[in-house]
Design a protein around this ligand. Sequence first.
Ligand code: NAP
Length: 282
Amino acid sequence: MAVIIDGKEISNKVLDELKVEVDKLKGKGITPCLAVVLVGSDTASCIYVKNKQKACEKIGIESKEYLLPEETTEQELLDLIDKLNNDENVDGILLQSPIPRHLDILKAFNKIIPEKDVDGFNPINAGLLSMGFPVFIPCTPQGIMRMFKEHNIEIEGKRCTVIGRSNIVGKPMAQLLINKGGTVTVCNSKTQNLKEILLASDIVISAVGKPKIITDDMIKQNSVVIDVGINRNEQGKICGDVDFENVKDIAGYITPVPGGVGPMTIAMLMNNIILACKNRRK
Ligand code: NAP
């Protein structure tokens, strides 16, 4: 049976460490501040935003919420980002995605100045990561790297497979593994022989968004299986991409959903806000 990588436990440890940092900053009269921008009222996004704000509150980071209606124009969104870019008291700006289809996500991420881009989605920060000089590392992949560190899981020389090629998870994840010396394969919906690729992998990271797409017959004995997916099963319960109950008997390490990658993502956002605050207010 695999070692269960407990994201809740590790994230609580990270948050405790970060609270010490926040207390030190407060001792100098500085309170780190996050501005969260949410356009529309997507249910999942509202829950994610609430959880992020709760974490801010827990460790003493100030969070300001900007709730914009679904029909917000591109110019209105860009103007708000501009205002937050110029607000001396705001250290980090988080634009919750997805945003309504009529808005250009690239334009919006591009508008957030790299110094306040705590999600690491601005093209400058994405470019720095791909060159191996990251400043703000996207929170989900960063959280997964911290999980590896906590369990002394080596990347160098390992065959790693990332399933999913999104800009927020798959690509930055692959980049971090490459930077650490992993031999990396990135799969997508058109990949042929996914099972064959996974059976040859030491580390599998699934970021697809489909329940039970990864089954026990696809996984090598004692490999590391990280489940990024957040889905609902037939009973309406939150589940990941991996058939956890069966894969846990094959893998060496596995993350559960919920309680795995999710809490780590939030902890790493807190990490990035404090980093932004320290960098800006030297
Ligand atoms: P996304 O943009 O929809 O990307 C999904 C990726 O999966 C795409 O690259 C897609 O390939 C690939 N894919 C779809 N079907 C596939 C198949 N049958 N075989 C192989 N690859 C397949 O999603 P995302 O934003 O990266 O998120 C992925 C999942 O992670 C979602 O469930 C999301 O809710 C979750 N998530 C969790 C956290 C967390 O903190 N735990 C954070 C972010 C996201 P194509 O490119 O060819 O379409």
